[in-house]
Design a protein around this ligand. Structure first.
Ligand code: NAD
Length: 362
């Protein structure tokens, strides 16, 4: 049962279309009469001017104290905002649903039934970047060689990036994938975890992730496990998206595959996400600040509205979250108020208003 006590949401738009889609989403949340107080503390370029930092301490405090945090999209001036939300606050588990609703503009011939979730390991792998000069690395680890025996020294000048995989990081994300797969299984889904790595080329780093995932799925019980190399997985997400249930990916692979998955379901403007840590969560669209369309009022607000629905669910407003999802589905089914990426002529706020009106009539 949903709790009706007033809850606090901190909305951090980031920049670019993040501002447009977060404002439109807040209008939906407010117009829906949800028991929320929405705060918009300083952040991004404006905060940089007024406070000398893109994310002032008062904003961090407000976000930490809030029941829900909704982020828009990062660009060059607001990347410290997402860096704090995701990495400094250790939101290690990314949950990225890929769902097709009739009316969405999928490029696939038969997208009906696409409904799976990409789980993104958010805190390790290649991100956040750890890079340096090859010559420095060669000085510290002179004997480090690749699988052909070529040492770093032999490359001469250049750069490197470090990929990190820990048993702790792999285990906690695998457990999150299992919890989600079991929850979905109880709703009639297959109960399957598909692990994605490149362990044929990186048997120690990616191999650790794969082996940990397989062990955790086995220990959990009641779930199927399969594994694909990331190149094969990309193909399968296009060719067999309906065979997917919970797709557990290392950080960078998920970053790439979630854009691909979003596109198969209808577009990047439709894909929501939740990022979960220990006692911490925030919600954001999968897309970025889209400088190519920013400021024109035509960005699709669906990803952010659906991220808000995930946030409501997390805040204990499950019934309202489901109602909001249904309202989004209705707007696509009706097909009258869609943004240009979906073949329509509506603006961001018009589409959000249509979602609000559908919410009210659900
Ligand atoms: P992008 O996701 O911003 O845009 C990719 C393409 O998708 C663009 O053509 C854009 O117009 C379109 N698109 C994205 N969202 C849309 C929406 N809601 N409605 C309609 N069309 C939409 O990726 P990019 O252009 O590679 O990156 C732009 C900036 O965003 C960069 O600074 C990048 O670092 C940042 N970025 C941030 C995040 C994040 O905040 N989580 C994610 C990805 C990229």
């Amino acid at each position: 049962m949903s709790s009706r006590a007033i809850k606090t949401v901190v909305a951090l738009p980031g920049e670019g279309i993040g501002v447009e889609v977060v404002n439109a989403t807040c209008e939906v949340l407010t117009g829906a009469g949800l028991p929320l107080t929405i705060l918009t503390p300083p952040q991004g370029a404006a905060a940089l001017k007024s406070h000398g930092t893109a994310l002032p301490d008062e904003t961090k405090q407000a976000a930490r104290a809030a029941d829900g945090v909704l982020f828009g999209a990062a660009g060059p001036s607001s990347s410290p905002v997402v860096a704090w939300l995701r990495w400094e606050m250790s939101a290690w588990g990314g949950v990225r649903p890929i769902t097709f609703y009739p009316g969405m503009r999928s490029p696939l011939a038969d997208p009906t039934g696409i409904d799976y979730v990409i789980i993104r390991e958010n805190s390790e792998g290649m991100y956040p970047g750890r890079e340096g000069e090859l010559t420095d690395l060669a000085r510290v680890i002179p004997d480090l060689s690749d699988r052909t025996g070529r040492t770093l020294k032999e490359y001469g000048e250049g750069r490197f990036a470090v990929k990190v995989v820990t048993p702790t990081g792999a285990e906690r994300i695998a457990r999150l994938a299992c919890r989600l797969a079991l929850a979905r299984k109880s709703q009639g889904k297959p109960g399957k975890v598909t692990c994605v790595t490149k362990s044929n080329v990186l048997p120690r780093a990616d191999g650790l992730f794969q082996q940990t995932a397989e062990r955790v799925v086995g220990e959990t019980g009641g779930l199927q496990f399969e594994h694909f190399y990331v190149d094969d997985a990309a193909r399968r997400l296009v060719r067999f998206p309906k065979s997917m249930d919970v797709v557990l990916c290392m950080n960078q692979y998920a970053d790439i595959l979630s854009d691909l998955g979003a596109e198969t379901a209808g577009g990047l403007g439709l894909a929501p996400s939740g990022c979960f840590g220990d006692g911490w969560a925030y919600f954001e669209s999968v897309h970025g600040s889209a400088p190519d369309i920013a400021g024109r009022g035509i960005a699709n607000p669906t990803a952010t509205i659906r991220s808000a629905a995930m946030m409501l669910d997390h805040m204990g407003l499950g019934a309202e979250a489901r109602q909001l999802e249904k309202a989004v589905a209705r707007v696509y089914r009706d097909g009258k108020t869609l943004t240009p990426d979906q073949g329509g002529t509506a603006g961001t706020r018009d589409m959000a208003k249509a979602v609000l009106s559908a919410y009210r009539s659900e």
